[in-house]
Design a protein. Structure first.
Length: 127
């Protein structure tokens, strides 16, 4: 995307959703370490600490529930990409923590004017 190109509605929705998610996480006591960490194997939306736990947080936004909403957009393939990016992140970190967790923040716009923001801790526990 060139410097004069504008973001699509979907990208703008994602950016707004991520800002809302970070605000929600900070209010819940998380300490944000990094945002939008990109590796060849995938991207980490938010890396944060929840107490002594390092959390890799996937943020999903949806403007409709027609296809199941924000949470339904987290496919097995998406989870695998996030996990691979987290492994990459940990390999390049000299002070890797003992405990890590994968959380999800779902930002859902529907008929209401204000979106709902839902935090799901340990969302990838089936992996």
């Amino acid at each position: 995307m060139g410097p004069l190109a504008s973001k699509s509605d979907r990208q703008q929705l994602g950016d707004l959703g991520e800002r809302l998610a970070v605000t929600h996480l900070e209010r819940a006591g998380y300490v944000i370490e990094k945002r939008n960490v990109r590796y060849p194997v995938g991207e980490l939306d938010v890396v944060a600490r929840d107490g002594g736990v390092l959390c890799f947080i996937e943020v999903r936004s949806a403007s409709s529930t027609d296809w199941g909403g924000a949470l339904a957009s987290i496919t097995y393939r998406k989870r695998r990409r996030v996990i691979r990016a987290a492994e990459w992140y940990l390999q390049h970190r000299p002070d890797a923590p003992e405990e890590v967790r994968f959380d999800v923040v779902a930002v859902q716009w529907a008929e209401q004017k204000e979106p709902t923001v839902e935090l799901i801790k340990n969302a990838f526990n089936a992996e």
